[in-house]
Design a protein around this ligand. Structure first.
Ligand SMILES: [Zn+2]
Length: 602
């Protein structure tokens, strides 16, 4: 058992009030007054969240004497000078049920270190101890602990002492405490587990088998053994939710109850396929972003935004491989994979922002644009996840073409891992990434990155997919708001279109976004407007589309809508729905079949 110069005792002191109490002990505080600060953001989620706003009480003691602790800014305190052991006691309000924050009630506790652990300025590289105290009798069930923090006396899944070698390591191991189901399996000899909390019905044997296949597929790509001693998926089950956050040896997941495999249903539901894809995504990150890192995110300043043009490579490539691993692992068939790919193409094609913002700019501005969506986001922003995954696909096909199908993006990922990942101290720059891609492809890929990463041209996927992957990308118009693409048309005619998105969670036909240069924009409609009548007939959200589809492209209709409390009348010239909905057919012939096999099999 190791004693560390800095240690935190964490108590779920008032679960009903969502309060953790933390007692921070500093053996050798700065004699001029110890400065303490809490991160403004959590690595992996690029938004300022100001976690310090949830600290509701804070006191400091030098030895046994209470001393002053003053606030310097929104997230920084300084204790009065102290020559003895400094104790800082504080309470943190934890009521954010997400993978990025902290949550505590009588059923469970979950926290990221960025929410609970004040940084001791000047001693970030010291050893940090953590003692996790069990709750009192005011909680439900028998609580255990799931975390990949190194045990320092605690039993496996037990309360007690844990530790980390530095502050950066300390905050990279989220903690779940409560009554959870453990799904355990092994990948290349390394113990893996998923801890699932929340009400659920789950076929855990099937889940273990499927997760194992996915993990093995990723390990096979980068090479054995996997670079950790254990791995943990922390899963919180809720009625309706979705989210994931990557860490070096674990990940946090939030999923909808119906996304888990039900014991009475052995089919591959869309929800379960999405959940496996999420698990696959976070697991791939343990290489791509947690160990192969952009230089900007190596020891980042957690007090403010840190910009990099490379998020597309870390999130986009990871998004490409998350679904690809499902088909390579044999969990879904080729058609199912092509449906997922077609839906991603559809997502990109439906937002005019793809023609106005580059992937590099989307990466750089993630903090204030992608992470802070508003009514204009579809017009102004391109997702570095969705388009990033398509550029990863295009890069894969480009390397295959340049090398006469001898090399692929897999080889680039292995080279990145060997040169930038295994050596933890060296991040990768944009120039370094692009030079390595050119080296693997053995052609100059500078024009590729200029056009598809720093430019805003419409992606050209049809020909490369036909000639190098054996599939035909087909485009058709959408059949309504719920049509996500991935399959053939059901309706034979082209439907009319106004280019306004309607809030699917409202009873009213409330506009959330008016697409750039659409008929709705030309007619003066705006986000927030509530459409109440189409050609004199009342509409609500659920019948708006049906009413609209009674017309033809080219028809002019009258729309009545409230903007705030003012009724407005607009004349809308209906357009034909754009061909923004993708689906696939297979290219005929043995060569195409061989190409599909090379691409979709490990
Ligand atoms: Zn990700």
């Amino acid at each position: 058992v190791k004693s560390d110069p800095i240690s935190y005792r964490v108590r779920p002191v008032a679960p009903y009030a969502h309060l953790f109490e933390v007692e921070l002990r500093i053996l050798r505080p700065d004699p001029n007054g110890q400065v303490l600060t809490l991160p403004a953001w959590i690595p992996g989620s690029y938004m300022i969240r100001d976690f310090a706003r949830h600290i509701v009480e804070i006191t400091a003691f030098c030895g046994n004497d209470r001393i002053a602790i003053d606030k310097l800014d929104k997230q920084t305190w300084r204790a009065a000078p102290c020559q003895r052991t400094l104790h800082v006691r504080y309470r943190v309000y934890c009521w954010d049920l997400s993978v990025r924050g902290a949550h505590l009630d009588t059923t469970h506790g979950y926290f990221n270190g960025t929410s609970l652990f004040l940084t001791v300025r000047g001693q970030e590289q010291s050893g940090h101890g953590v003692i996790l105290d069990p709750p009192g009798s005011d909680v439900e069930g028998v609580w255990r602990v799931a975390t990949t923090l190194a045990r320092n006396g605690a039993e496996r899944y037990g309360f007690g002492a844990y530790r980390a070698d530095s502050y950066a390591e300390l905050i990279d191991h989220p903690v779940e405490m409560g009554e959870f189901t453990l799904v355990e399996f092994s990948v290349c000899g390394v113990p893996h587990a998923m801890a699932i909390s929340g009400h659920k019905q789950c076929d855990c044997d099937r889940l273990a088998h499927d997760l194992q296949s996915i993990c093995e597929t990723h390990v096979a790509l980068f090479g054995e053994p996997p670079p950790m001693n254990e791995y943990l998926f922390l899963t919180m089950v809720v009625s309706d939710g979705y989210g994931g956050l990557e860490h070096r040896n674990s990940c946090s997941l939030l999923c909808s109850r119906n996304d888990l495999p039900h014991p009475n249903d052995s089919s591959m539901s869309e929800g379960y396929r999405n959940f496996l894809s999420l698990c696959s995504h976070e697991y791939f990150h343990l290489w791509n972003v947690k160990r192969i890192r952009p230089t900007a995110l190596h020891n980042p300043d957690l007090s403010r935004e840190v910009h990099t043009p490379l998020l597309w490579a870390f999130e986009g490539i990871t998004s490409y491989y998350d679904d690809l691993a499902l088909v390579r692992a044999g969990l879904i068939d080729h058609n199912s994979y092509l449906q997922l790919l077609a839906r991603n193409i559809t997502r990109v094609l439906r937002n005019p922002g793809r023609l106005r913002q580059s992937l590099a700019d989307s990466s750089f501005d993630a903090w204030t644009k992608f992470y802070k969506p508003d009514a204009n986001t579809p017009n102004a922003v391109v997702s570095y996840y969705s388009k990033g995954a398509l550029v990863a696909l295009l890069l894969d096909l480009t390397i295959r073409e340049a090398s006469d199908q001898q090399r692929s993006l897999d080889d680039l990922m292995r080279a990145l891992w060997q040169r930038h990942g295994m050596d933890q101290d060296e991040g990768v720059t944009s120039d370094g990434f692009e030079a390595l891609a050119s080296e693997i492809a053995d052609i100059d890929l500078q024009p590729f990155f200029e056009r598809w990463v720093r430019g805003t041209d419409e992606l050209e996927l049809v020909t490369p997919l036909r000639e190098l992957a054996g599939v035909e990308l087909q485009l058709r118009s959408a059949e309504g708001e719920l049509d996500k693409g991935g399959s053939e048309a059901n309706v034979s005619r082209t439907l009319p279109w106004i280019g306004a998105r309607i809030d699917q969670h409202s009873d009213d036909a409330r506009i959330t976004t008016v697409l750039y240069e659409s008929p709705a924009q030309q007619a003066g409609l705006a986000a927030g407007d509530v459409i109440i009548a189409v050609d004199g007939l009342r509409v609500r959200r659920r019948d708006f589309e049906t009413q609209l589809h009674r017309f033809q492209p080219g028809d002019r209709i009258t729309i009545h809508a409230f903007r705030h409390d003012t009724l407005r009348e607009s004349q809308v010239a209906l357009a034909a729905a754009p061909a923004d909905t993708a689906w696939f057919t297979l290219t005929e012939g043995a060569v195409a079949a061989q190409q599909r096999h090379a691409w979709l099999s490990a």
